[in-house]
Design a protein around this ligand. Structure first.
Ligand code: SAM
Ligand code: CA
Length: 270
């Protein structure tokens, strides 16, 4: 959440995300409700046992989390919109993927305070590059000092503004076509399918696009009468449409991985 000097909540970024004021208030309420859980065990996990999730974090994730990642995670936990951050188990998974692929050139859509971005920058080789797109430089600036401290800021090219505009700029230069090893999409869910159409031109053959939150907190299979927070309800048809499209797209090999809130990995075949 962006807090102005007078303590008022800055609503503009959310209007740009297609949320109206009522939505913002609802997300705030949800954020407040899950805040305790977030600090305890992380958030946005579909694993229905908090104890088991805590076990995963305590055993396999936290002991291996880089100091700066921990610092950024804890800094973000104090921010009211912390429910948006990539959880550390997913960050660890993304880092493994990037290393497996020897990824050198990546793109991230949706940065927030930069947890997945820092994971990426740490996993890239010293001459690797990640282009990072977000409409909120203010949020990026929250995590930027920690990224600087981690010694990986030189790998990051942050571009402020609507991601689609930045993607169009990238597409204008032929050198960017078929050039990205990995693209992580974690921004406006109602645009994922539009992004997919463009990103297929930017990712290289054999490269990977990861779409985040594709299980949408389980809302995809909620019954018609099940009460859903308005923002889950609003984005649900877009995620359903994306999932159906990806399942049929012959240009990609896919796996919908049920880590965190679901991340669909798409490997470009041709
Ligand atoms: N990957 C981030 C992390 O690890 O913490 C979380 C990203 S958060 C879920 C979504 C982000 O997308 C927000 O920071 C928001 O400002 C950004 N966003 C929303 N709509 C956007 C758009 N049209 N263009 C660029 N960024 C956008
Ligand atoms: Ca996400």
């Amino acid at each position: 959440m962006v807090i102005a000097g007078n303590g008022e909540i800055e609503k503009q970024p959310f209007r740009e995300m297609g949320l109206d004021l009522e939505d913002v208030e609802e997300v705030e309420e949800v954020a407040t409700q899950v805040k305790g859980r977030h600090v305890e065990t992380g958030h946005k996990t579909l694993l229905r046992s908090s104890a088991l999730y805590k076990y995963i974090l305590d055993t396999s994730v936290y002991p291996r989390e880089a100091g700066e990642l921990k610092e950024l995670r804890q800094l973000t936990e104090r921010h009211s919109w912390n429910m948006m951050a990539t959880p550390p188990d997913e960050g660890q998974f993304l880092m493994l993927l990037l290393r497996l692929m020897n990824a050198k050139r990546t793109l991230e859509i949706g940065v927030y305070t930069g947890y997945s971005l820092l994971c990426t920058a740490l996993a890239l080789p010293p001459d690797g590059k990640v282009i990072a797109l977000d409409i909120s430089k203010e949020w990026y600036d929250i995590g930027a000092p920690v990224i600087q401290k981690a010694g990986v800021a030189h790998k990051i090219d942050f571009r402020d503004g609507p991601a689609m505009d930045s993607i169009e700029v990238l597409l204008q230069d032929d050198k960017n076509h078929d050039s990205f090893d990995f693209i992580f999409v974690d921004a406006d869910k109602d645009n994922y399918l539009n992004y997919h159409k463009k990103l297929m031109k930017l990712v290289r053959v054999g490269g990977l696009i990861g779409y985040d939150n594709t299980l949408w907190n389980g809302a995809l299979v909620a019954g018609a009468d099940d009460p859903l927070p308005k923002y889950l309800h609003y984005y649900k048809p877009f995620i359903l449409e994306l999932n159906s499209f990806l399942a049929k797209d012959p240009r990609i090999q896919i796996s919908q991985v049920p880590i965190s809130d679901g991340v669909t990995l798409c490997r470009r075949l041709f």
